[in-house]
Design a protein around this ligand. Structure first.
Ligand code: ADP
Ligand code: ADP
Ligand code: ZN
Length: 214
């Protein structure tokens, strides 16, 4: 099963993608996580990506596409994967389709987690992330049982720099300009499925499951 997650920053793509990946035993591939791990390890890619991420801008396609296409060629992607945060531009989606076609494959579902802008700033300002293991929490909707300590690995949780309200507004603008057109792109391929992302996370998960089980 090959799935693309679409939705605004903070819509809940990562939260859902992790649950789907666990249920279907497929890898969860998050370009945001890949960039953040490169930043943490001080790689050249990390240094370049950080300049854009800190400003709420997209990392250029040249630095993003090959990275993902290579990742999809790895052994653990044989029986499918869930893409979270990629593609984010039409050229990225076209490059992905070209790579799939070359391998005689195709995307099965594009799941659009729909959340209006009004809800997003609240979601993002309450998001806490574990820089060590990548777990994500929300101070109100999904808190860690240990306050600001990660339930999974015990590291201290942080508010991402790019989740501060000024940067969130910028990222929302970028989303509408560059990423939202993918909804039409996948709709015209006949694989778009939209779920109401304002529901409780378990209800969103149930809605996605019923789509994937169709
Ligand atoms: P969120 O989950 O809040 O939408 P991500 O973790 O997916 O955020 O991404 C964080 C940042 O990483 C983005 O704002 C962008 O700068 C960069 N990024 C992630 N994925 C991509 C991509 N496919 N293309 C370009 N930039 C990306
Ligand atoms: P994305 O990957 O789309 O940027 P996340 O999955 O990181 O979004 O979710 C953004 C924030 O909102 C996190 O703090 C997360 O715990 C919280 N969240 C996710 N889904 C829901 C939901 N259905 N209701 C309330 N909060 C949610
Ligand atoms: Zn952790």
């Amino acid at each position: 099963m090959k799935i693309v997650m679409l939705g605004a920053p903070g819509a809940g793509k990562g939260t859902q993608a992790k649950m789907i990946a666990a249920k279907y035993e497929i890898p969860h591939i998050s370009t945001g996580d890949i960039f953040r791990s490169n930043i943490k390890n001080g790689t050249e890619l990390g240094k370049k990506a950080k300049e854009y991420m800190d400003q709420g801008l997209l990392v250029p396609d040249e630095l993003t596409v090959d990275l993902v296409i290579d990742r999809l060629g790895q052994e653990d992607c044989q029986k499918g994967y869930i893409l979270d945060g990629f593609p984010r531009t039409i050229p990225q989606a076209e490059a992905l389709d070209a790579a799939l076609t070359k391998r005689g494959e195709k995307m099965d579902f594009a799941v659009n987690v729909d959340v209006p802008d009004e809800n997003i700033v609240n979601r993002m300002s309450g998001r806490r992330a574990c820089a060590k293991c990548g777990a994500t929490y929300h101070i109100v909707y999904n808190p860690s049982s240990k306050g600001d300590i990660c339930d999974v690995c015990g590291d201290t949780l942080i508010l991402r720099d790019d989740d501060k309200p000024e940067t969130v507004q910028k990222r929302l603008g970028v989303y509408h300009d560059q990423t939202q057109p993918l909804i039409e792109y996948y709709s015209s391929q006949g694989i778009l499925k939209t779920v109401d992302g304002t529901q409780d996370m378990n209800d969103v998960f149930a809605a996605i499951n019923s789509i994937l089980g169709e």
